[in-house]
Design a protein around this ligand. Structure first.
Ligand SMILES: [Zn+2]
Length: 446
């Protein structure tokens, strides 16, 4: 029986005039307590063994949910007498924990395909899996660093030093945990305040230090806290307009695939270091528009500089961290960045022979697009590709994407491939405007 535990002890002081006597997890969203949305989500993904960690007005929560049978689940309760922090509470009630369980925060509106993250956790044989997502204000967020295999390497808390670039990945507050690993690493944790231990601040950093396997699960799915009146109102509006319902990866997603050099950043002949990377004008605003309209933004870029030995993976990562940081300064983010490190022509000095191969990821091959489809459940028939070369246009055609050629960068004058674009625009901003207009037109027809 799959288990989910829900941390539902919050009082919601900053929401007092909306809540009255109610505890924070009981705040209504579309006429139903927030916590009830979570119970239904858990049930929908086969999690029927639920444990609620309650504190403030526990009586109101227990009266509403009882033993859970009305929702087809089993609910048990652990009452926290004094505040112990998120992890402290769970450790204190550890006798009710199964071997593996999902952790949800009862003050967040969530629409995550829980079965999918559970499976990713199992496949990776991880000790803990953390749902991570890019956000629109990375500079003042605590950031998580992970490697190419999605293993969490470090936590970088704000304030961030000047001139260092990090991946835009934030701990969203949803986990899959192995009980054994939690109990093994908990004794090494020093509470950050007297008796208070949190998962994010204390437990996960201790697990990384102790050599545990933490998987970063990068997902665009909806998860937001409702801690202030403004955030609460926004979540209610997003519920009403369908944004939350569409965000789950159980639902096919729409994406805009973006070329990098000449489309997002200045095309400097074979960019080899982060220092030379600069966004093209208007790019942040364009990406932000896509974010705002819930299009998944996915970069697909050929980087033969790796195979040629001109730049290594670490420097390429720095470049991409810088690109994400520059976008983040203007509240824009990318859902994924995929690159092909290969190149087909061998026989040059300094090259990396193992990467000099004919691969299926180098555009116009569609390996990177297929990887994105697998990672983000993308519906290609509803998706677009924007790029500055005939190779991008051929990639779009090969993958069944609608295409837009931008006149920045090569502007389609490279003559390498035969495919012609569906549309031509001056730059990324014009291309995004066109996509949003086309979408509005087809919405009118629907
Ligand atoms: Zn490749």
């Amino acid at each position: 029986m799959k288990q989910a535990i829900i941390l539902a002890g919050g009082a919601g002081t900053r929401l007092k005039d909306r809540l009255g006597d109610l505890p924070k997890p009981m705040i209504p969203i579309a006429g139903k307590p927030l916590l009830e949305h979570q119970v239904e989500l858990a049930k929908a993904h086969g999690f029927i063994d639920l444990v609620f960690f309650v504190h403030y007005r526990a009586d109101l929560i227990e009266n509403h949910f009882g033993d859970g049978s009305k929702w087809g689940v089993r609910i048990r309760y652990v009452t926290e007498r004094e505040p112990l922090g998120t992890a402290g509470a769970v450790l204190a009630g550890s006798e009710l924990l199964g071997e593996r369980f999902v952790v949800l925060y009862g003050d967040t509106m969530v629409n995550v395909d829980l079965g999918r993250i559970w499976k990713a956790h199992e496949n990776a044989k991880a000790d803990a899996t953390l749902l991570l997502h890019p956000n629109d204000h990375p500079l003042d967020s605590d950031l998580v660093e992970m490697d190419a295999n999605s293993r969490v390497l470090a936590f970088h808390n704000r304030p961030h030093p000047q001139g260092r670039w990090y991946q835009n990945l934030v701990n969203a507050g949803l986990y899959v945990l192995e009980k054994g690993a939690l109990l093994k690493h908990a004794p090494a944790v020093t509470p950050h305040a007297s008796h208070i231990t949190d998962f994010g601040k204390d437990i996960f950093p201790a697990m990384v230090r102790g050599g545990a396997t933490l998987l970063g699960y990068n997902s665009p799915e909806f998860i937001k806290d409702i801690g202030t009146p403004a955030r609460y109102d926004r979540v209610c509006a997003q519920f009403a307009n369908g944004t939350i319902a569409r965000s789950s990866l159980a639902t096919p997603q729409r994406a805009v695939f973006l070329d990098r050099d000449g489309t997002l950043v200045h095309d400097r002949d074979c960019l080899r270091s982060a220092d030379g990377l600069e966004l093209l004008p208007g790019v942040s605003a364009a990406v932000h528009d896509l974010n705002h309209h819930a299009w998944r933004t996915v970069v697909v870029t050929n980087q033969p500089v790796i195979a040629k030995g001109w730049c290594d993976e670490a420097e390429l990562q720095r470049m991409h961290n810088k690109m994400e940081t520059l976008l983040g300064l203007e509240h824009a983010f990318l859902d994924r960045i995929y690159y092909c490190p290969h190149h087909p022509d061998a026989g040059f000095e300094g090259e990396r022979r193992e990467l000099k191969i004919r691969c299926d990821c180098r555009k116009p091959g569609i390996g990177m697009i297929q990887k994105a489809v697998a990672d983000l459940n993308i519906d290609l028939a509803q998706s677009w590709m924007i790029g500055d070369t005939t190779t991008d246009m051929q990639t779009a055609k090969n993958a069944g994407l609608k295409s837009i050629l931008v006149r920045t960068g090569a502007g389609g004058g490279d003559g390498k491939q035969a495919a012609t674009p569906d549309f031509v625009c001056d730059d990324l901003q014009a291309a995004v405007k066109l996509i949003l207009e086309q979408d509005a037109k087809s919405a009118d027809r629907r």
